[in-house]
Design a protein around this ligand. Structure first.
Ligand SMILES: Nc1nc2c(c(=O)[nH]1)N[C@H]1C(S)=C(S)[C@@H](COP(=O)(O)O)O[C@H]1N2
Ligand SMILES: [Mo]
Length: 227
């Protein structure tokens, strides 16, 4: 297990977490991979269940760090490396070399962006399994991004679409400006923009309990009556 990065505290469980306003939104399609790749591509690509099954698989153990200061260590993910999907696009879909910003969109309306360079790292995965089982709805079924070097808010759950864009083309990050950083690297405590990491720690920490409870409540309702 790697040592915890600055300002983080380990949990002994892995909560369902995220933007509280989205806690009651669940994927319409949790059991089947259906991923669109588009933007600055000559030919967009749709990856369905059959195409997904043909991609090279990779397994890794990594830690997960939420910007609100909780971490969960030693998660075992499996799926397909982002860089393998990218290689396919670069080889045969006419990917614009200037499209160095990648936007990841979810079935629940959430989105986040990372520089392409960051997504090409060895440990960035489109994951469909967690700890030896299919990825549960709580953690992003059918498919989520796993980018362990970046805070949880870049690790988009219920992925439906990946867009390749030119930086400065008008993409606006989700939520308030202070809440997002272009790269959000955990090791450098890039929690947000315009406010220092130590201050954001204090602002966020009291929100963990209420957020976990809101997400648990929504999950119980969903399990009782899935929509
Ligand atoms: N679709 C979607 N993805 C999301 C979020 C969200 O609200 N919706 N929240 C992000 C945040 S802030 C965190 S910490 C992680 C939480 O992942 P978990 O629910 O698997 O713990 O999901 C990230 N990805
Ligand atoms: Mo988070």
């Amino acid at each position: 297990m790697s040592p915890l990065p600055p300002g983080q505290q380990a949990l002994d469980h892995f909560p369902r977490f995220g933007i509280t306003a989205l806690a009651r939104r669940f994927p319409k399609q949790p059991h089947r991979v259906q991923l669109a790749l588009d933007g600055a591509l000559q030919s967009p690509l749709a990856i369905d269940e059959a195409a997904w099954a043909r991609l090279p698989r990779h397994q890794q153990t990594s830690d997960f760090h939420c910007v609100t200061t909780w971490s969960r260590q030693g998660l075992q993910w499996s799926g397909v490396r982002f860089r393998d999907v990218h290689a396919m696009l670069a080889a045969s879909h006419g990917l614009d070399a200037q499209a160095t910003l990648v936007v990841l969109r979810s079935q629940d309306g959430y989105h986040a962006a990372l520089p392409l360079q960051d997504l090409l790292a060895d440990d960035v995965l489109l994951a469909d399994r967690l700890d030896g089982a299919p990825l549960p709805v709580e953690h992003g079924a059918p498919l989520r991004l796993v980018a362990p070097a970046h805070y949880g808010y870049k690790n988009v759950k219920h992925l439906k679409r990946i867009e390749f864009r030119r930086p400065g083309d008008g993409y606006r990050p989700f939520g308030w400006r202070f809440m997002s950083h272009e790269r959000a690297r955990v090791a450098l405590e890039e929690r947000g923009t315009g406010l220092p990491g130590w201050l954001l720690r204090r602002l966020y920490r009291p929100l963990i309990g209420p957020t976990v409870r809101a997400f648990e409540r929504a999950m119980r309702e969903y399990t009782a009556a899935p929509r």
